[in-house]
Design a protein around this ligand. Structure first.
Ligand SMILES: [Zn+2]
Length: 556
């Protein structure tokens, strides 16, 4: 028979068996194949307990990473029966890995389903090592799916939910994921009002959070969207949530107590199973030792040693268990109970308590708030904010974000007009500062209030103090004070000065406190805008076309 015919026949036979749900080489941990080929739960109680624990805990923690750390922290190992080797079929306990947990949570076997072709071989692709390429395919493309094929640890719905959760955790646009530990409160539910994408949080070394819309990185198009510092937005949402939470205090306290007790019971049960196993091992070793003929001294010595080991192990587990009980008694103590009740009745204290983690806060927040939409504009420090509450109610708010430059202040023109007015009325800097504060103006970066140095600097920069004003005749056709051009381009004057120093635009430094005068006609302004757009997109090698200024007409 020719090789390819034989291969095809084998493949057909294999497919046939799979269609009938009978092609099984191995089963995932938590299951065994009985001698009559039937699939059953692992006969070991602790093994079954651990599988159940994995699914229960995932429903609570909702990330694979979090589940992994919880298992490690509580020293819970996975019940593995090797498919081959000397220990084939014998129960072994292995440290969990993220990869194994991910496979377990995504495996339809635990929902009682038999499948084939979840990872078919892609005939068109091969790894350079020659290994065949086997991509995971979506459920619709599985070759065989037979539900209710064998006993299940979880329901089919729960299986689908787990898949969905893992999918959502991937932190892509449109998926909200689960609350993570970062200091910012809103990742996952914060939406850019400009483009509708989820905003991402990043953290400065100082721990200050910042939300940004990644549109320009993802799409590479203009106009870009703007971000904002996390602090004032988080404060607003937290404050609103605390107000909404107050009537729920009592219920929360009962729930919190139940949760803590439930977790302790689960862990205690796991410990009991470990103790039972250790006791059983020791008894078995003892029996074997007693049964051996004392004449076989070598065998007896080995068995005696084994017995001793199991006794040691038993003692060790017992000690660990006692330590666990001392640290976390199954029943909450009266003291703990009063503390939980007290905290829950004072929600703001609970919210701010050092023991409350950011993940807790986010979890609470997610129960109440569906999403928060912000409209950040580059030319305003005011941010329109809409909170979409669970249940469909929306509330509108406005926050003031920290902006870096005067050019970004929404009320800049009004502020400047007022400053000019006050200056022309002959007021000195301290008096101007006092009046601006009284009238509700504030400088950028929320530097607190206007003070005379701040006003002085502003006056100086705008040429209202010193003698720059009288030097305006220095500025020729299509020439600008550098700060004025920076304002027109809504960019930092420091960056523009850097470009001028590099020769990316025509300019000259004046003797007046080192201020620059630059030249830019309409074409040049357009070119600089493009350069700025590239720089904001994170491009770091600009084309020479963008860097080279237009030839400047000779002055007549
Ligand atoms: Zn956006």
């Amino acid at each position: 028979m020719e090789l390819h015919i034989m291969r095809n026949r084998l493949q057909r036979g294999r497919d046939h068996k799979a269609q009938a749900g009978k092609l099984l080489y191995a089963v995932p941990f938590g299951y065994v194949i009985l001698p009559n080929d039937e699939i059953a739960f692992d006969p070991d109680e602790q093994a079954r307990g651990v599988v159940q624990l994995i699914f229960d805990k995932f429903a609570e923690i909702r990330t694979i990473y979090g589940l992994f750390h919880w298992l490690i922290q509580h020293d819970i190992q996975l019940p593995i029966r090797p498919n081959g080797g000397a220990n084939k079929g014998q129960l072994e306990w292995h440290r969990p890995s993220i990869c194994t947990l991910a496979q377990t949570l995504r495996h339809p076997f635990y929902a009682g389903a038999y499948t084939d072709g979840r990872r078919p071989t892609d005939p068109k692709r091969k790894f350079s090592s020659g290994k065949s390429y086997k991509p995971w395919v979506p459920m619709e493309q599985w070759k065989v799916l037979i539900k209710d094929h064998h006993p299940a640890y979880i329901s089919w719905d729960q299986y689908l939910n787990n898949r969905k959760q893992i999918e959502q955790n991937r932190n892509e646009p449109g998926s909200s994921g689960v609350p993570r530990k970062g200091a910012a409160l809103l990742p996952g539910i914060l939406v850019c009002g400009n483009c509708g994408r989820h905003m991402q949080a990043s953290y400065h070394a100082s721990g200050m959070g910042h939300y940004a819309c990644n549109r320009q990185y993802v799409e590479g198009t203009e106009p870009r969207c703007y971000g904002l510092a996390a602090k004032s937005l988080d404060e607003l949402v937290a404050q609103q949530v605390l107000r909404a939470l107050e009537p729920a205090a009592l219920e929360l306290s009962i729930k919190a107590r139940a949760d803590v007790e439930h977790e302790r019971q689960r862990l205690d049960q796991h410990w009991q199973q470990r103790l039972k196993r250790a006791r059983y091992d020791a008894e078995l070793a003892e029996r074997r030792y007693q049964e051996v003929d004392p004449a076989h001294r070598l065998v007896a010595a080995t068995l005696e040693k084994r017995w001793e080991e199991t006794l040691n192990q038993q003692r060790q587990v017992q000690e660990e268990y006692e330590r666990f009980v001392r640290a976390k008694p199954v029943q909450l103590s009266a003291d703990e109970q009063t503390r939980i009740t007290a905290l829950a009745s004072d929600i703001p204290a609970l919210w701010n308590a050092p023991a409350t983690t950011n993940a807790d806060r986010k979890q609470i927040l997610r129960c109440l708030v569906e999403r928060v939409v912000v409209h950040v504009r580059c030319d305003s420090e005011y941010v329109d904010t809409t909170i979409h509450w669970a249940g469909g109610f929306e509330s509108q708010h406005e926050i003031v974000r920290a902006v870096g430059t005067y050019a970004q202040l929404r009320d800049f023109d009004a502020l400047m007009n007022r400053v000019v007015e006050l200056r022309e009325a002959g007021h000195a800097a301290p008096e101007i500062a006092r009046r601006l504060n009284a009238e509700g103006f504030s400088p950028p970066k929320r530097r607190g209030e206007f003070t005379s140095p701040v006003v002085y600097q502003l006056l100086k920069r705008r040429g209202l103090i010193g003698d720059e004003r009288s030097h305006d005749e220095l500025v020729g056709k299509n020439e600008w004070w550098l700060t004025d051009l920076a304002r027109k381009l809504t960019m930092s004057h420091l960056k523009l000065r850097d470009w001028a120093v590099r020769g990316w635009l025509h300019g000259r430094k004046t003797p007046l406190q080192g201020r620059w005068i630059v030249w830019a006609d309409k074409d040049e302004v357009r070119r600089l805008r493009k350069l700025l757009a590239d720089s904001r997109r994170g491009v770091n090698t600009y084309t020479s076309e963008l860097k080279t200024p237009k030839k400047r007409p000779v002055a007549k």
